[in-house]
Design a protein around this ligand. Sequence first.
Ligand SMILES: [Zn+2]
Length: 145
Amino acid sequence: MSLGELKRRRLALTGIALAAALLPRRHLERMPLLCPVRLLSRYPCPTCGMTRSWHSVARLDPVRALRDHPFGPAVLAAISVGAWSPSGAEVIATRAARLPVRLQVATVAGWLGWWGWRLAVTHRLTRTAGLTAKEGTQTGSSLAF
Ligand SMILES: [Zn+2]
């Protein structure tokens, strides 16, 4: 990658972060659903909530970012490192690959377990309250996905 391309990436990343920080939350909440899994099944996929989580990170609200998606800040950090410093991303990827297998499996299991819990909550909300899947996943601050 050329230095010019790296500078363009960094500039684009900074611009996206600034734009995200300036976008009011209510505009984000009113955006149409883009997730094909949710559009087809009415249930969230494992990555639903990442955009809101990253928006919360950009607005310096780590608690809300983790509530939106508990893996959102870590994924954003990994993507940002990759965009900001590709060689740094290689170092992180190499170190992550050397982590004990039990830790790698626990991370994936944690993500899938959280997603399963989220599916169950969404199912319960849509059945008991008659909400759509989108409404069910956006109702209540503790259940906002
Ligand atoms: Zn999704």
